[in-house]
Structure formats: C-alpha cells, structure tokens
Design a protein around this ligand. Structure first.
Ligand code: PMV
Length: 370
C-alpha cells in the first residue's frame, strides 16, 4: 500500500474512537480548472498515472461548491442531495454518490452524514475546459474542510495533500487543481517530491513564465467526443503507449530546469510536442479518433507563423478535443491579443474565446444559494 494512503487509513481508524465536536455546518470553496502541459493519458488501477503530468492552474475558469453537512451519528445511506447550477442532474448525482462511496473509508464520518452539495462553474460546460478538475477539487477541499470542523483541526499543508489525494480519486487531473500557479502529479525523477498519490505545487517558477496567459479558442463547443475514461482505457492496448510514457518522463525532466531558468521558447516546444503526442495517441488507438477539426490545424499553423514572423514566444496546447489553448507570456500580451483577435477569432465557433491566465489556486468563497 502507498505511504500516504496508509496514513489516511490510520487517521480514519482513529476517528472511530472520537466523536465529532461539531455536528452541522456549511463550507464553500472555489477551485480552478487547469490545463496540462505534460499530459496524463493512461493509468493503472487505483487511479495511478502511467506517467507524470504537469499543469498550469487557471484563474477565471473556476468551479464553486458549497457543502452543507449534518453529522447524524447513525448510518445514512443515500444522504446526498446534489444540485448542479440550480438543478438536479441525475447523471451527476450518480457520479458524486459513487465517488463519495469510494472515498468513505478515508472519511468514515461520511457514511453517517447527510450532505447537500451545490456546485456551479464560471465557464460553459460545453467549452471543453476540464470541468471535472475544478468540480472534483472543490468538492475534495470542501470535504477536507468539513473534517477540520468536525474534528477541530487546522488547514495545514497536510490538508491540501489530503484534498489533492481525494480529488485524484474523483478525476486524476483534479489532483493538480488544489494548487495555484503550476502543479505536478505522478512520480517523476525531475521533481524529487513528486508522487502518484497526490500532486505537488511548483514553487520555483521563473518570472518569464509566471502569469502566463491562456486564451482558449472555442473551435467547437459541445460534448466531448471521447471521454477521458475511454481515452485512458485505450492506452492499455495502444502499441505506442510504452514509448509515450517514456517521452512524457523525458519532457518532465527537461521542464524541471526550463521552468526554473525561464527558457520560454524551449518551454513552448515541449508543450506543443505534448499536445501533438496526446492527439497522436488518440489517432493510433483502436478505435482511432481524430479530435482536431480543420480550424484546429489552421489555428496551429497561424500560431507558428506568427511566432516565426514576430519572435513572440507564443505556443499552443490541446486537450482531448478540438479547442486550442494559446499560451503566451504576460509581457507580450498586447501584441498577442491583437493577433488573436484578427487571425484566430474568425476560426472560433461564433468567435468564442475565453481569455484566461495562470491563477493563484483555490480559495474559500461565499455560500451558493438556490
Ligand atoms: O483527469 P481526467 O481523467 O479527466 O484526464 C485528463 C486528461 C487530459 O485532460 C487530456 C490531460 C491532463 O493531464 O489533464
């Protein structure tokens, strides 16, 4: 068994002799989405990533979650009321119920509690921004805060580690959203404290990369063609998977020094290589998927031409879909946004672009009301 998991189970066992000091309350967290620059794609049982991954935490694309709890002191099956953007969505409720059941051995008080969870996003569900990362990290943070209230504990470094661990069990990439700026998840030699159980924050980021912008080109809105669970599953039989995991490890090692030294051009090279590798994996899986659209490819060409012609250190990354994340340093924002408006906006569905940037991470927030 992994070390941190064992700690958490020991902690859970100690709660059986220790009744909560507080029985009712409400907590509320705002947590951002993140965009991976080294992609997590492929996993082992227990939500263990097949390679290390790294992401930029976003600022504006956030999810908000309030959790009202009542510790009833006796077994409460089905004690969950989940409201997403003011409505009951049975498919989401089912997923959250399954998640809470799966983590209840780490939070034994859950089985004796009634919860009302209200959740909403600041960005459209159909924008292709990872809503599971913001939603699951906000829920995990909320659950960890409930525990601090029940057992009179502080929000320490351990608190965030545990939140990242629990968020990971809901959605792998959510483990990284618990931290601001940039985060690494998955054991990799480039980052000595990295591990598979939870993400770690990156603190030694060169000023060239701090505040990096991410303008998200909505080439196509709507539901994802390939769910991440299917994508991770396809890696089990993809003939190039082993090689892909080695490339991710190599990219993580290179980025360890690039991020400290602020070599933006090399940074963009690796980020683009990662995005194209992710799509190469999808194309070479069985069945194979082509998730880029003609406008995705056109945008990539225009970004690369602009970089070549102007020397602006712009680059792109892609998630598992057609939308393009345009990355560029904060000090080159003026010139770049003008280019985005004239050359890239026409490629977007209804001209839709979400201008975001590296953000400071989750925070407690006001309560959500119906
Ligand atoms: O966390 P999941 O299971 O939704 O997988 C995320 C997969 C990617 O977004 C494509 C890459 C990543 O590392 O975020």
């Amino acid at each position: 068994m992994n070390t941190f998991e064992k700690d958490l189970l020991d902690q859970a066992a100690s709660y059986t002799h220790h009744l909560p000091e507080k029985k009712r309350g409400i907590v509320s967290w705002e947590s951002p989405s993140n965009i991976a620059i080294v992609k997590y794609w492929g996993k082992y049982p227990g939500q263990i990533p097949a390679s290390g991954s790294m992401s930029i935490t976003l600022s504006k694309a956030v999810g908000r979650t309030s959790i009202a709890y009542h510790f009833a002191g006796s077994k409460k099956d089905g004690g969950l009321n989940f409201i997403f953007e003011g409505k009951q969505v049975p498919a989401f409720t089912k997923r959250i119920k399954k998640y809470l059941d799966a983590i209840s051995h780490f939070l034994p008080w859950l089985t004796q509690s009634e919860l009302t969870i209200r959740s909403e996003n600041t960005f459209p569900h159909s924008s292709g921004i990872a809503s599971s990362a913001s939603a699951m990290s906000a829920i995990a943070l909320g659950l960890c805060e409930i525990e601090t209230q029940l057992y009179n504990k502080e929000l320490t470094e351990y608190f965030f580690k545990k939140a990242s661990f629990l968020a990971r069990l809901g959605s792998g990439s959510a483990s990284r959203s618990v931290y601001g700026k940039m985060a690494v998840w998955g054991s990799t030699t480039g980052f000595k404290n990295s591990c598979d159980e939870y993400a770690i924050p990156l603190d030694d980021i060169h000023e060239n990369l701090l505040g990096i912008r991410d303008s998200i080109l909505i080439i196509e809105s709507g539901k994802k063609q390939v769910s991440s669970s299917l994508g991770h599953d396809l890696m089990k039989t993809n003939p190039y998977a082993r090689m892909r995991f080695d490339v991710a490890e190599d990219n993580m090692q290179k980025l360890a020094s690039i991020i400290r030294n602020g070599e933006t051009a090399r940074f963009m090279d690796i980020v683009e290589n990662e995005a194209l590798s992710l799509h190469a994996m999808m194309m070479t899986s069985n069945p194979g998927f082509i998730l880029m659209k003609p406008n995705t490819i056109e945008a990539i060409h225009r970004i690369r031409d602009f970089r070549k012609d102007t020397g602006v250190q712009i680059g792109f990354t892609l998630d598992a879909g057609a939308n393009v994340h345009v990355l560029y340093p904060e000090d080159q924002a003026m010139k770049t946004t003008a280019f985005i408006d004239t050359a890239l906006k026409p490629l977007c569905e209804n001209g839709a672009i979400i201008h975001d940037r590296m953000g400071g991470g989750p925070s407690k927030t006001d309560l959500l009301k119906d």
